[in-house]
Structures are given as C-alpha cells and as structure tokens.
Design a protein around this ligand. Structure first.
Ligand code: DC
Length: 251
C-alpha cells in the first residue's frame, strides 16, 4: 500500500504526464456491496493507492451535523465546503484515516447518524465539484484503486478497469448488521434495511452523477462470495486488463 508521503508527492507533481499510462481501477456499487474492504485489499495486493471517496462525503456530512448546518440547504452546504479542509491518510492496518480541518474523524464518519444524512449531502452540486476535484488530484497519477458511486462514470471515466460490485439487498443488510452489531448505539435490522433502501434510492436517482454502471464496467455480483473470493475475482479481471495494456502488475 502506498504511504501518505506518496499521496502528498502526487499532489505536488505535474499531473499531466503519466496519467494515461498508469492504471486506475474504479470500483462502484451500492452501499453494503463490500466495495471498501475489497478495494482496500486489492490496493494492498497491487501496492496501489486506495482511495475511499465515500469517506470524503461522510467527513463533510459529519462537519455539517456538528456545526448544525442544514444539510438540505445547498447554499449553506456550499459555504461549508469553502471553509473545510478534508485530508486522507492511508495506513497499512487501519484502512483510510480521515481528517477534517486537521482533526481525525475516522470512526465518527461511520456512525448511523452520518449514514442517515450522507446520501442527501452527496446530491449537492458544490459538494460534488469540490470532492471530485480532490479525488482527481489524488488519483490522477494512476496506480490507484478508487471506490465510490461515480468513479467509472465521472471521476475517472478513463479508468483502466471498471468494476460494478453488487450484491442482493438481503445480503447487504446482513453484512451491515454484522458490521454494526458490536457497536454502541447500533441499529436494528429493520433500521439498517430502511437506511440501505433510502440510500440506494437517493444515490441512484439523484440528478448529478447518480450511481450507475459505467458502459464498459464489468459487473461482479458477490452475493455468494466472501471477501477473499471477491478480491481474487477482481484481481484476475485487473491482471488480465493490465496484461492487455502491457502494464506489469508485479511489484
Ligand atoms: O461508500 P459509502 O457508503 O461510505 O458512501 C457514503 C455516501 O457517499 C453514499 O451513500 C453516497 C455518497 N458517495 C457518492 O455520492 N459518490 C461517491 N463517489 C462516494 C460516495
């Protein structure tokens, strides 16, 4: 996995030269499809950068909640964007560490409260413009596995490999429930189902950059696959694609 210093270097270098050559792996899909863990483990295997774009939307949502900003007020949210600095650190064991204005919020952004508002926040044009430009800066040097909802369609339409990762709703509810049940203040199965249904609806029906399969994307349905089987399946797809482009996946 690429360390943070590499991320910072990326931001300071000229981004025009290598972007066409270095691979970008885009993984999109609905909540609970296992995108985060799959993308993280794949990035680790390939020694690529892991870019968790959902964490950025979550961070901004958390700041709005804390500052009592009405998340339905697009102008107030646009103002908030202008006053916010979001940064990511890629750790080897913890996945992505997320900071708002220098303060770590990695676990807070996963709370049910943030999950309740984040899809709504991500419909706002100014929020998307700011975060997409940050995502492009971080990933434009390539050798990145980026996951989210609009990676293959909007953020990196030139991605080398595009995966649409999905699983049936029942299985996605089970996974979220298992993830949350150890946590204080966790939700009931019914609440999780309501949240996933609502996010599926908002994420796939919003006007700007809705969740949809990119034309060239390969669908991987992992309803009956575990995490390592999912990672392995995608790794094989990636390896084949890299082999075709002549890019070595060996490090
Ligand atoms: O992947 P996640 O559950 O952490 O994402 C949280 C929300 O952020 C998701 O419901 C929609 C939004 N999102 C988005 O609109 N575009 C992305 N590229 C990533 C996430």
């Amino acid at each position: 996995m690429k360390p943070l210093s590499v991320v910072s270097e990326r931001l300071s270098q000229d981004q025009s030269d290598q972007s066409k050559k270095c691979p970008i792996i885009a993984i999109d899909g609905p909540a609970g499809s296992g995108k985060s863990i799959t993308a993280y483990l794949l990035a680790k295997k390939l020694n690529y950068l892991y870019l968790d774009t959902g964490a950025m939307y979550r961070a901004l949502t958390l700041k709005a909640i804390k500052n009592k900003v009405n998340t339905y007020d697009a102008q107030a949210m646009a103002d908030l964007v202008g006053q916010t600095k979001i940064s990511l650190k890629i750790g080897s064991t913890q996945g992505t560490r997320v900071f708002i204005d220098g303060k770590e919020v990695s676990s807070e952004i996963r709370s049910p409260l943030v999950s309740r508002y984040v899809s709504q926040v991500s419909t706002i044009k100014e929020v998307r413009e700011y975060l997409v430009s940050l995502q492009r800066k971080i990933g434009s040097k390539g050798e990145v596995v980026a996951e989210g909802r609009d990676i293959g369609t909007v953020v990196f339409p030139e991605a080398t490999v595009k995966i649409f990762l999905t699983a049936n709703l029942e299985e996605r509810i089970n996974r979220r429930w298992r993830q949350l049940r150890e946590k204080v203040g966790s939700l009931s199965r019914r609440e999780i189902e309501a949240n996933l249904r609502q996010r599926d609806l908002i994420d796939s029906q919003r006007e700007i950059s809705p969740l949809k399969k990119a034309p060239q994307a390969i669908t991987v349905d992992n309803t009956r696959l575990n995490i390592s089987q999912t990672v392995e399946k995608i790794r094989q797809i990636v390896q084949k694609a890299l082999w075709k482009t002549g890019y070595s996946s060996e490090k």
